[in-house]
Design a protein around this ligand. Sequence first.
Ligand code: DHB
Length: 391
Amino acid sequence: MLGRKINTGLVAVAVASFSAFGAFAEDTVKVGLIMTMTGQQQRVGVQVVNAARLYIKQHGTTVAGKKIELIVRDDAGVPDNTKRIAQELIVNDKVVFLAGMGLTPLAMAVAPLVTEAKIPLVNMVAATSVITERSPYIVRVSFTLPQHSVAIAEWAAKNGSKRAVTLVSDYAPGVDAETFFKSRFKEGGGEIVDSLKVPLANPDFAPYLQRAKDAAPDTLFVFIPAGKAGTFAKQFIERGLDKSAIKLIGVADLTDDDDLNGMGDSMIGTVTSGNYSASHPSALNKAYVEAFKKEYGHRPNFISLGGYDGMHLIYEALKKTKGSTDGATLVNAMKGMAWESPRGPISIDPETRDVVQNIYIRRVEKVNGELYNTEFMTIEAMKDPGKTAKK
Ligand code: DHB
């Protein structure tokens, strides 16, 4: 019995390779895209899957003589589901790539499986620094919280913020955001007057916003994952904080293009750091936004880029390996790969398999009647500070 053996967690399964089926099966390269398509993170799944499908539509389904087949599965944001679906995709569907991962705990759950199966996992969303260190088969195309957090901390310290409160979602990316914001802000001469952690599921921000208000900082730094910005803004405005002297800043998720127009004009002037804005001024991005809107009727956001660039990485890795589907060969092909994305130039750090990209400082402005994150400063080719800090 040839083939792959999965022996992780509760399941131990050995599978035949079905090589007797010959060329037909081997000419198809299956990509198992696991995203959160229902529940609180539903919009994250919509953005990534739409973008991945757009990439395939634009670039065709034949790559290096192979036919690409995208299999989309919904994990509802539950790690046990992600793990079970990943096992099914590896064992039953014999996917060549796994992709997706809408939240950090989901990526963590799948990491041991891809190590054992020797299958590349293209991480399209999850943004805690340590994820890529959990398996040599994980390659990230999204962003890391340390990338975004140090950029805004440095900007804030240089631009008048002296006393900050941090408010983050209480899970691993929130810890990264708080840790990296704090250390850079303090290095820049700032003081942290309070640090608040809000539950990830069904957050009620009101009591935390009251505490932030009571601490009387000049600045409130916020990280909440994509999909929650609308609720946050509503409660921020309800408590009158938009009219207070407290300056609201944050990472990309806070002024997510997916929610921004619905958040209202009170958000105008909010400064955030991010790897992508729908108004990024490049020809490639204009074409991306136009094609995306035409296809789906809504704006692409920073999360969508993981789906789009993730498919690009998969296509280019297959071209580079001339169609080889060996996992280690594919991961090696991805290392050091560089290309122009709608977000700007990006590459895969050959040492860490993490994304290297420009991080932009942006301000919410009204442009032609719509709210956009207008980029006004660029930190070029930033590596994940979560790794460079250790060197
Ligand atoms: C994570 C998920 C997100 O949707 C996001 O915007 C940032 C971080 C995460 O769980 O890693």
